[in-house]
Design a protein around this ligand. Structure first.
Ligand code: PSU
Ligand code: MN
Length: 295
């Protein structure tokens, strides 16, 4: 098996039992435009540090799985043409010496392999609308069900079939826990029509639930109210984006990036601000939970 290359700071924290938070790179290279993505990457690492944990952004560079990146490497992830690597793609990327950003699925697996227990992202992948015909269900669901890592996210992107995604999570015995909310968040919106089975009031409770359950868990954290997207704008962008997929015959791993890009370009940056703020907020909560886990 290919050996992980763990940044010195991250390795030291893991060895000394200090809190570490994993961050993914697909949301940077395929979910946000350059150069905004680099500013977001830096902000994510900064907020994790401020709360008292060590950030570990994960990617594959020249065939090597990297846990924790230097600022030059972060720059590369944000500006170079990166492959989108899910868990199925890691072997090929390693063997063929390729570079790519890791999705929630592959980041979770690599974080676990490195001994990191907490991971922050924007939205989990899930069951796509139309999955009854396309079978398009993100590998993220499978990995969270089988890997004991706590993932902090703002629910799943509203571009997905949320009800079906929640059903799969229930079937796969994934605990979905609301962070100061009883509703399942809808990424750009604070609430969806769905409720969550459990809620916690603070990071300490979240850490206790995770530690007691000893399995992959979703801590769902709504977007900060000031950055929530207007619902009419949101619904219009979603309808347009879904039509674009049909018109351009977009499939598979390109679906999420194309939809996100439509949101960003057609909302004059409103969705970009929303996306940035929700991920930063998730990184902050993840760091707080990581700190609690090591108390
Ligand atoms: N969250 C974001 N932006 C993103 C993603 C999540 O705010 O771009 C990415 C994650 O990396 C997630 C992926 O794993 O979208 C899901 O892709 P797919 O639907 O192809 O499995
Ligand atoms: Mn897919």
């Amino acid at each position: 098996m290919t050996t992980l290359q763990i940044a010195e700071e991250v390795a030291a924290a893991l060895a000394e039992n200090r809190p570490v938070v994993a961050l993914e790179s697909t949301l940077l290279s395929h979910g946000l435009p350059a150069p905004r993505n680099l500013a977001v990457a830096a902000r994510l690492e900064k907020v994790v540090r401020e709360v008292g944990a060590v950030p570990a952004t994960i990617a594959v560079l020249d065939g090597v799985p990297r846990i924790g990146l230097t600022s030059a490497e972060l720059d590369r992830v944000c500006s170079d043409d990166m492959l989108k690597l899910s868990l199925r793609d890691l072997g090929a990327a390693y063997a063929l010496g390729r570079s790519g950003a890791t999705t929630v699925a592959s980041t979770t697996a690599l974080a676990h392999q490195a001994g990191i227990r907490v991971f922050a992202t924007g939205g989990l992948g899930g069951v796509h609308r139309g999955a009854r015909e396309t079978w398009d269900v993100s590998a993220d669901l499978d990995v969270v069900a089988t890997t004991p890592v706590l993932i902090v996210c703002s629910g799943v992107k509203s571009i997905l079939d949320m009800g079906a995604t929640l059903e799969v999570l229930e079937t796969r015995s994934v605990p979905v826990v609301g962070y100061q909310t009883s509703r399942f968040p809808a990424f750009y919106r604070r609430e969806s029509e769905f409720s969550v089975p459990w809620s916690v009031d603070n990071a300490s409770q979240a850490a206790a639930v995770f530690a007691a359950g000893e399995r992959g868990m979703l801590l769902v954290n709504p977007i900060p109210a000031a950055f929530e997207m207007d619902s009419a704008l949101h619904d219009r962008l979603l309808a347009e984006g879904l039509q674009k997929l049909v018109d351009q015959d977009v499939r598979g791993k390109d679906v999420s990036p194309v939809l996100l890009e439509h949101f960003h370009t057609a909302s004059a940056g409103v969705s970009l601000d929303a996306n940035e703020e929700l991920v930063v907020n998730n990184a902050s909560v993840a760091a707080a939970v990581a700190v609690e886990l090591f108390q």
